[in-house]
Design a protein around this ligand. Structure first.
Ligand code: 26W
Length: 806
């Protein structure tokens, strides 16, 4: 401890040049991080050395998003240093907990896909899978959200403004990334030379990710774009100031900002440049590392697994082919067999509008050699299908990598599928729907290729760190072993009836709710009662996630309370948080509506102690860590068939919230594990949704036959919640009346009844807590460690069992 204290002081003095009397909180944070980082480095180097020495297979996780959040508290906990550092800091007169809270969130992601990548990097470090995550070091992460007059306002995020003490810049690891130009043949048949018109540097920044008990560490390697020629002196001397830095600005734009779109492809050239930039840098890097170690690329697939996190890095298929053929002289056949045996792909959404495609013209201009290779892959692929089919007819248009219907476009999901040995979905339902819908024709041809790995979450961040109160209870009941093997919490279930345990759990939850209530008061001014049922929906705002269904039902509840004010209504606080893509008008209108409803409800004295509505601004990982342990009820109410998995649902259930949810994504697997009686399921199934879309029931009919719905819709459409602007929600409601694509109207009654069941369950507190215990006990399976072991065994073949003999 004295040593730690001395280390922190040394960092403050010699790395930051401050002495304790003038140090600001941020200086202490930086000093603490630098001291902790030192503790990680030995492990990190040993991990890397060992994986070289054993020649074990290495996993490369390519992801355009890593939604990390804060790192200090997690790193300390994994190292087992929390109390030692806390003591050391307090000896220095500094409160560690307070310092941890000023660390900025690394928000290099939009939502589920990015958070999954962060959980997996930590889980690979914790389960000892040698791994490196590759992504982009965005100067600006996901925008910050402010709510002004009920509406979302986006504010630029600036996580690097105080520098990033976790990272190491690796100037020596820089690669040239080409764009545009032309392709010519060489003397060797089949070999091509690409002469790009434009070249930028990709510079590596490494961050170690420490695993549980500090046994292993993985690396997050993020690429930053730099210009080859940062300044044109000729232009400058001629008085052209902007021209002098034009190349630099154009190059650096690539890693300037994260695209804030969730589920709708950005479509712009800059996005394609980002995708190729990080994919090419990562492949050049891993190929060089492999070559240095083994002196050949022939065994690449034995030693390297490349996982594509959605199609954003799908150009890896063409880029690896190019590197193998054009730079290493391999034949097409050799290159193809190596590529296909090395790459695998995870799909995260089936929403047709979310599937990436790029215009052939744009690809030809920006990546002429890659477009040639994609055409080559497609021609050989379609040929082989034609040959295998003999005389039988196959629908080649549906499997082609090129979509000829909407101008000519490259289908990135098809490219990723054909180029991979394994393709996985992220929940059982989602993987089945992949086989039946988007990938059906390809699945026919490759019936073994699609598999499922249900998502997982790291229990270190989401239980041990976020909920220390519950963790203590679990350790007392199930033993200390739970932190090494979270599935040991299964034995918690046997204690569901213990009244003393219930009291402890209630006390823990109450404390967590108090903490959240303070945040809510600080951020919104609304005062909420921790004895009320905290009913929570936190996630990106999207029509398919149906925040609209939730707020419409809230209005129905509000009306019901007002019309029978003396009934013993269970007090509820409806808590919402989430960001809307900046160009997604409907999602923004939904945020506005939630805030407008909150204003009306929270100022109504008849419902004052029964109902409150809160929209907490700027949802992010750190907010989730405070909200989830304080939730009684978890809203997982997506239109069935549309949420690929969900991972928030797992975090809530593990922390003991009950789920109200549809039979969608991983909700189904949560139900399978906790049991029908311990979850509240409502609404149409995925196949009912599909049938209803094919043959829709007239919405007037649905509305007319759904109790309370006509009144709720009329009130919103008529301006009851927007008195200053009566037509504010006219279009939103007219949209619903025109077409119930997301089954908001169709599921309304079922949802309202499910909420009434929740009220009844809440009234029987012993029963509620038995259900809560069952949720926690049976959700250890949703650990990211389980998911990672499954990937390692079945997809990467990188488990310790696959290490070479001798
Ligand atoms: C190209 C634009 C784009 C951007 C994001 C297309 C698609 C997306 C995805 C919808 C991103 C995403 O976060 N998907 C989520 O992935 C999680 C992890 O697997 C799942 O739990 C969520 O259900 C899924 O929506």
């Amino acid at each position: 401890m004295d040593r730690l204290k001395a280390e922190i002081l040394r960092k403050l003095t010699f790395s930051l040049g401050k002495n304790p009397s003038v140090a600001q909180p941020h200086d202490w944070l930086t000093a603490a991080i630098l001291a902790v980082r030192d503790q990680i480095i030995d492990v990190w180097h040993r991990s890397t050395r060992e994986s070289y020495a054993t020649g074990r297979k290495r996993v490369y996780y390519l992801s355009l998003e890593f939604l990390i959040g804060r790192s200090l508290a997690d790193a300390l906990n994994n190292l087992g240093l929390t109390s030692a550092v806390s003591q050391a800091m307090s000896d220095l007169g500094v409160d560690l907990a307070a310092i941890e809270m000023i660390e900025p969130d690394a928000a290099l992601g939009n939502g589920g896909l990015g958070r999954l990548a962060a959980c997996y990097l930590e889980a690979m470090a914790s389960t000892g899978v040698p791994a490196l995550g590759y992504g982009i070091r965005y100067d600006h992460g996901l925008f910050k959200q402010r709510i002004d007059h009920g509406q979302q306002v986006e504010v630029p995020e600036d996580w690097l403004s105080f520098r990033n003490p976790w990272e190491f810049e690796r100037r020596e690891s820089a690669y040239q990334i080409g764009f545009g130009g032309a392709v010519s043949g060489t003397q060797k048949p089949g070999e091509s030379v690409w002469t790009p018109e434009e070249t930028v540097f990709a510079v590596a920044y490494d961050t170690p990710v420490i695993g549980w008990r500090g046994r292993d560490a993985t690396t997050l390697r993020l690429w930053r774009a730099r210009a080859l020629h940062p300044l044109s002196l000729d232009a400058f001397n001629a008085g052209d100031l902007y021209g002098a830095v034009a190349e630099r600005n154009r190059a650096e734009a690539i890693s300037k900002v994260l695209y804030p779109n969730d589920s709708t492809p950005a479509g712009q050239e800059l996005r394609l440049r980002q995708e190729f930039f990080f994919t090419s840098a990562s492949l050049q890097d891993l190929v060089r590392r492999h070559d240095r170690q083994f002196g050949t690329l022939d065994n690449l697939a034995d030693k390297v697994a490349i996982q594509l996190n959605d199609t954003h890095p799908a150009l890896a298929v063409a880029e690896l082919m190019r590197l193998l053929m054009d730079e290493r002289g391999k034949s097409w056949e050799q290159a193809w067999s190596i590529t296909n045996a090395t790459i695998s792909y995870t799909n995260h959404t089936l929403l047709p509008e979310a599937l990436e495609t790029w215009p052939v013209g744009l690809m030809e201009r920006l990546l002429p050699r890659h477009m040639q290779i994609i055409f080559g892959i497609n021609a050989r692929f379609l040929d082989s299908v034609r040959r295998k089919a003999g005389g039988d007819s196959v629908d080649l248009a549906s499997i082609s990598l090129i979509d000829e219907h909407h101008g000519r476009r490259v289908r990135m999901a098809h490219l990723a599928f054909v180029g991979s040995h394994t393709v996985n979905g992220v929940s059982a339902l989602h993987s089945n729907l992949m086989r039946q819908t988007v990938f059906a024709p390809l699945h026919q041809l490759f019936p073994e290729r699609i598999t499922n790995v249900t998502n997982g979450i790291t229990p270190r961040r989401w239980l041990l760190n976020a909920n220390p109160g519950l963790t203590r209870v679990l350790q007392d009941v199930c033993g200390k072993g739970i932190s090494d093997d979270i599935t040991q919490i299964e034995s918690f279930a046997a204690h569901a009836d213990d009244p003393a345990l219930r009291e402890r759990l209630i006390a823990v939850r109450h404390k967590n709710k108090l903490r959240l209530a303070e945040v809510v008061k600080r951020e919104t001014g609304v005062i909420i009662d921790p004895r009320a049922l905290f009913d929570v929906q936190i996630k990106r705002i999207h029509e398919y996630k149906r925040q609209l269904l939730n707020i419409l039902e809230t209005i129905a509840l509000y009306d019901a309370i007002r019309s029978a004010p003396y009934r013993d209504w269970a007090p509820r606080v409806k808590i919402f948080a989430g960001k809307a893509a900046s160009n997604y008008g409907t999602a923004k209108a939904i945020i506005n509506l939630i805030n407008d409803v909150a204003t009306v409800v929270n100022n109504d004295i008849t419902t004052r102690d029964r109902l409150k509505v809160v929209f907490l601004p700027n949802y992010n990982v750190s907010a989730a860590e405070i909200i989830i342990p304080a939730a009684d009820l978890s809203e997982q109410i997506s239109t069935a068939g549309m949420e690929a998995s969900g991972t928030g649902n797992m975090k809530f259930a593990l922390n003991g919230a009950l789920t109200i949810g549809t039979l969608d994504g991983a909700n189904i697997e949560i139900r399978d594990r906790v049991g029908d009686g311990n979850i509240v399921i409502f609404g149409m199934t995925a196949s009912q949704v599909e049938a209803a879309k094919r043959d829709p029931r007239p919405t007037e009919d649905v509305i007319a036959h759904t109790p309370h719905l006509p009144d709720v819709l009329d009130a919103v459409a008529g301006g009851a919640y927007s008195p200053g602007e009566r037509d504010r929600y006219r279009d939103l409601i007219d949209g619903l009346r025109a077409n119930d694509w997301f089954m908001v109207l169709n599921d309304f009654d079922s949802y309202r009844r499910a909420q009434m069941r929740i009220d009844a369950l809440w009234a029987d507190q012993p029963h509620w807590w038995r259900m809560s215990v069952a949720n926690t006990a049976h959700c250890g399976w949703f650990s990211a460690d389980r998911a990672i072991r499954d990937y390692a065994d079945r997809i990467w073949r990188a488990g310790p069992n696959f290490a070479p003999q001798g």
